[in-house]
Design a protein around this ligand. Structure first.
Ligand SMILES: NC(=O)c1ccc[n+]([C@@H]2O[C@H](COP(=O)([O-])OP(=O)(O)OC[C@H]3O[C@@H](n4cnc5c(N)ncnc54)[C@H](OP(=O)(O)O)[C@@H]3O)[C@@H](O)[C@H]2O)c1
Length: 313
């Protein structure tokens, strides 16, 4: 496993990181009869296998069903691995106008995550689905900075959709790490956001590198209204000259080759998927020829690229 320093943080993270929404709740394209998440024992086993293979960064969130609890049981007391979790819902808080209550909401979310994760502090706390307004919200910012001063969190992060939100996070100066969508079909942030992240020395975690499973043979299960996406996936596969079984490998290796990305976050639900991702990262980035070949395959349509609009759990 290779490791990269995550921007200006003191974290040396594995190039492969593991997402855990798949372990905490039913999720994904799947076949119609196979979207269930593994049971707790299988999930714990899977996460510990990932650690044994050198993965040291895991992503979770309070809103991912039982994910934080499972991650806590599997990894909480394991030294040498980093857990990135999230704070959400603060924006819609009833207590939004009261700074003290606002801080209380953040502190509450942190306390619950610390309990679930069996940790004394959070390695990375990300604003979940941050938008530009969050970075001018002095109550949110001061709440997070206060938690950092109190050593309840080590790094502040933001998970984002879209260039504007990503750039606002970088320019805010308070964010150590951003988590962005990136895949061979979603190259929209490559030229707009990554150069800025590099010059600000902000850590970058790339997610949705398999586009929630669309860049795998599960593309066949995409609903009818997403047929343009299915066609784009098939076109990508033909252009690279790879089989359906090889496509996820190429999709992972594409993201490994994108300059400015420190870790590739892949969601896995089984040992087979974990081992597949581990084997893919061992092969390293795509060749320069293949990187050039796929450089014009990116789509622009938000409704195809953002699984939020797919009407799938
Ligand atoms: N806004 C946010 O903060 C946000 C949004 C989305 C995701 N995330 C994070 O990112 C992680 C990844 O989520 P994602 O949905 O974007 O996932 P992804 O990594 O693009 O795709 C994951 C899905 O791909 C399928 N898969 C994985 N390996 C495969 C293989 N070798 N062959 C065939 N299928 C394979 C699995 O589907 P099956 O489960 O059907 O097997 C898995 O659920 C999440 O766990 C979460 O931690 C964060």
């Amino acid at each position: 496993m290779q490791y990269r320093t995550l921007g200006s943080t003191n974290l040396s993270v594995s190039v492969l990181s593991i997402g855990t929404v798949e372990l905490g709740m039913d999720y994904g394209i799947g076949s119609p009869d196979n979207v269930e998440h593994p049971d707790e024992k299988e999930s714990i086993d899977l996460l510990r296998s990932a650690i044994s293979s050198g993965v040291n960064l895991f992503d979770t969130a309070p809103s991912y069903g039982d994910s934080e609890i499972i991650v806590g049981k599997a990894l909480g007391e394991q030294g040498g691995c980093y857990i990135a979790t999230k704070v959400s819902g603060v924006r819609s808080s009833q207590s939004i106008s009261h700074q003290n209550n606002y801080h209380w909401d953040i502190a509450n979310s942190i306390e619950l995550s610390l309990q679930n994760l069996h940790r004394e502090y959070l390695d990375i706390l990300q604003i979940h689905n941050a938008d530009v307004n969050d970075f001018t919200n002095s109550k949110l910012i001061s709440g997070l900075e206060q938690a950092k001063e109190q050593r309840l969190i080590n790094c502040i992060g933001a998970t984002v959709y879209g260039s504007d939100n990503a750039l606002a996070a970088i320019c805010s100066g308070i964010v150590d790490v951003i988590q962005i969508p990136l895949s061979v079909l979603d190259q929209r942030l490559v030229s707009t956001v990554l150069p800025e992240a590099i010059s600000a020395n902000v850590g970058v975690i790339a997610r949705s590198v398999l586009l929630k499973g669309a860049l795998t043979s599960k593309a066949k299960y995409l609903p009818y209204e997403l047929h343009p996406l299915r066609e784009a996936v098939n076109h990508c596969r033909s252009k690279l000259g790879v089989s359906w079984d090889q496509l996820p490998e190429y999709a992972i290796r594409y993201c490994l080759g994108v300059v400015g990305v420190h870790s590739i976050l892949v969601g896995v639900r089984s040992h087979d998927e974990l081992n597949y991702a581990l084997d893919a990262v061992k092969l390293g980035p795509l060749t320069e020829t293949d990187m050039n070949l796929v450089s014009d395959l990116g789509l622009m349509e938000e409704n195809l690229l953002n699984p939020f609009y797919w009407n799938i759990p």
